[in-house]
Design a protein around this ligand. Structure first.
Ligand code: GDP
Ligand code: IMO
Ligand code: MG
Length: 425
């Protein structure tokens, strides 16, 4: 029997998961998203084309790979339909090709879930989470509150009644906010999209994935967001509403913990965060602006400017521990090409102590990062195709991180395109 490999982000999202899942997908029979929803924006580039996927797994461009949207994902039918329409226009039709299946138990994002997200964020004012406003939080609240609607419910004769019942509940909550809305257009689009989504095969992801494993087939679980946005272990309340960690792959697909194989932890050679919340190594200066411009650090889903800073080793150690990472993948090394000196945060000064973990009171008492200077490589690495061509100072940076993190770096990414990826020895 085979096991499920997992690929997930170790920082605050946008590490480059989409790119690497696409690169690895030829090695897998199935790619499965296990949590999150269209708050994700996973970018892939190949043959001069660029795609951003929100709900669809990033194995969709590989002809032989099946793709599953797992039970732990929350689905906005309007966005999923739009994604599929756009893919079709670009000559990729996973529905016609039979390459996409959806879990019956995945929950539906209703237009009113988005309204609740927006009303809540508006009320929070300057303390807002900085949500993508896709309705993620309210949908997971209805899931755990046992009110939610699932993909499988769309085929029931009383689906419309169930929908109306939940919407009434939402309208009642919305009446407590000073929040104007008009549902008509969104509702029409929702029901049109529901009809379309009924044409995609619905499966029980627990049986589907375990069936693949029984047949000796290979499966890769694709994470969304990042470990530091995990609802249990992230910088709460500035988190998303799902478990973004390896454990989330078990509950989000229906696989037992002993079925987990390799865990690929992906991180940027520096660090970014979009939305509110603590970010100890943030650079609120021209160096941060430089990282943002060179790294094109603007959100794939919302277009918002991403906050930028140096790599944070205590945060990475924490993420590696939580996920059981077996191999690391370092992204966007090329963004640091122009720097004379780069910095890595090795510890925090916090409440008069030097610590190497993320403290509980990280939100109320900002830790001061202890930075180690590292000599830059001052070389354009975007055209590096062989391991022997990697500049010595970049190799030294990787070796330093491997020593600190006690996990090997298996892949190095030196540009957004599929081909700008090196497998290290
Ligand atoms: P994801 O959410 O983890 O899939 O990451 P995003 O797609 O939101 O953000 C990663 C961004 O970095 C995208 O614009 C990618 O095209 C880009 N990217 C990925 N790897 C590299 C790399 O090695 N170098 C550069 N310069 N850009 C990269
Ligand atoms: P990918 O998969 C980066 C952030 C939001 C906000 C917080 C809560 O592309 O890496 P939510 O919409 O879940 O209510 O937002 O989480 N966030 C992300 N940041 N990448 C993502 O996904 C994110 N998904 C959510 O900015 O701070
Ligand atoms: Mg993203």
């Amino acid at each position: 029997m085979t096991q499920v490999d997992v690929l997930l982000g170790l920082q605050w999202g946008d590490e480059g998961k989409g790119k690497i899942v696409d690169v690895l997908s030829p090695q897998y029979d199935l790619i499965a998203r296990f949590q999150g929803g269209p708050n994700a924006g996973h970018t892939l580039e190949f043959d001069g084309k660029k795609f951003v996927l929100n709900t669809i797994p990033s194995g969709i461009f590989n002809e032989k790979t099946m793709n599953l949207i797992g039970n732990g994902v929350v689905i906005d039918p309007i966005i999923l339909k739009r994604e599929l329409d756009n893919l079709k226009k670009a000559g990729h039709d996973p529905v016609a090709n039979g390459k996409l299946v959806i879990a019956r138990k995945a929950h539906l994002i209703l237009p009113t879930h988005q309204l609740l997200d927006a009303a809540n964020e508006q009320k929070m004012g300057k303390d807002k989470i900085g949500s993508t406003l896709k309705g993620i939080g309210p949908t997971y609240m209805d899931k755990t509150g046992r009110n939610g609607l699932r993909i499988g419910d769309t085929t029931l004769p009383d689906f419309k009644d169930r929908y109306n019942k939940l919407v009434e509940k939402h309208k009642e909550i919305l009446s407590h906010y000073e929040f104007e809305y008009d549902l008509t257009e969104k509702e029409a689009a929702f029901f049109e999209a529901i009809e379309f989504i009924k044409t995609i095969p619905h499966v029980d992801s627990e049986h589907y994935v375990n069936g693949f494993l029984k047949e000796g087939k290979t499966v890769l679980a694709e994470g969304a967001q990042g470990t530091l946005l995990d609802v249990d272990f992230g910088s709460y309340p500035f988190v998303t509403s799902s478990n973004t960690t390896t454990a989330g792959a078990c509950t989000g697909l229906g696989i037992a913990p002993n079925k987990i194989g390799h865990v690929y932890g992906i991180f940027k050679a520096y660090c970014t965060r979009v939305g509110g919340g603590p970010f100890p190594t943030e650079l609120d200066d021209e160096v941060g602006e430089n990282l943002r411009q060179v790294g094109h650090e603007f959100g794939a889903t919302t277009g918002r400017a991403r906050r930028c800073g140096w790599i944070d080793i205590p945060a990475l150690k924490y993420a590696i521990m939580l996920n059981g990472v077996t191999e690391l993948i370092m992204m966007k090394a090329d963004v640091l090409d122009g720097f004379d000196t780069i910095y890595a945060c090795t510890h925090y000064e916090h409440n008069g102590e030097t610590i190497d973990y993320m403290p509980y009171d990280i939100i109320s008492v900002k830790p001061t990062p202890v930075l180690k200077a590292i000599e830059g490589w001052k070389t354009d690495v975007t055209k590096v195709t062989k391991v022997e061509e990697i500049p010595a100072n970049l190799n030294a940076y990787i070796a330093f991180l491997e020593k600190e993190l006690e996990v090997p770096v298996k892949f190095l990414s030196v540009g957004p395109d599929r081909v700008q990826t090196l497998e290290l020895n």
